[in-house]
Design a protein around this ligand. Structure first.
Ligand code: NI
Ligand code: MN
Length: 228
């Protein structure tokens, strides 16, 4: 599996000749070196409806025909707003796609789509376990630390955990390091930090905590690729 970090919570993953993009917040993120027009994708996985995750998903889906996988209410909203191929899921459910197996797992957060007329309900926020190319990748989405991460780690061999460390809206570095103890991944990638002043963090300080917690930490710069 090849993982390219696109900044914030966005990842571009390639495995078995298929490409999956998580939470493509690209044009709105000045730290992202990749333009939405450069993204080729078979699928787009959305953890929740907030703008820093939904991002350019609709434009990428319209141009590439990529399937949008999302919590069912968000999937329906995407379909009503121009995405032709959507697949709704809910917590605890798995599905075998042509790009890999996806399990939707809970995340402790909120989820809505901001419109001028007010927020639109977007279902429950989620995380994903993507199993592709022999690798199990857990993308936690935006979440607090929660005890059932231990259950996720017991039920699944997590090779790579992608965890938010920004604090304020999600876990901060210390809680994310505790999440590593619960999940027991081989590798951890910190995300959702340094995009805005309010989520400024030192990823190297988190890396030290994560390594004390038993995982190897990969701090990726926006645009950087890593083969696992
Ligand atoms: Ni959010
Ligand atoms: Mn967010």
């Amino acid at each position: 599996m090849r993982i390219r970090y696109l900044g914030h919570a966005a990842l571009w993953v390639e495995a078995g000749g298929k490409r999956v993009v998580f939470d493509p917040f690209l044009s709105g993120n000045p730290n992202c070196p990749v333009k939405p027009e450069e993204i080729e994708a078979d699928a787009i996985l959305l953890t929740h409806g907030h703008e820093d995750h939904l991002g350019d998903a609709l434009d990428i889906a319209r141009r590439t025909g990529a399937l949008i996988v999302a919590p069912v209410e968000l999937a329906n909203w995407c379909q009503a707003n121009g995405a032709t191929r959507v697949h709704g899921m809910n917590h605890g459910g798995s599905y075998e796609f042509d790009f890999g197996r996806v399990k939707m797992v809970p995340a402790w957060h909120s989820s809505s789509i901001q419109r001028e007329t007010g927020p639109v309900y977007a279902g429950n926020p989620s995380g994903y376990i993507l199993s592709a190319g022999g690798v199990n990748l857990y993308h936690a989405g935006d979440t607090a630390l929660f005890g059932d991460m231990e259950l996720i780690g017991r039920r699944h061999r997590i090779d790579v955990a992608v965890l938010p460390i920004g604090d304020n809206y999600t876990m901060g570095p210390e809680d994310a390091a505790y999440a590593v103890e619960l999940l027991k991944p081989r590798y951890v990638i910190p995300v959702h930090y340094n995009t805005f002043p309010v989520i400024r963090q030192d990823p190297q300080a988190f890396a030290r905590l994560a390594e004390q917690a038993g995982a190897q930490c990969r701090v990726l710069e926006p645009g950087e690729e890593w083969d696992v």
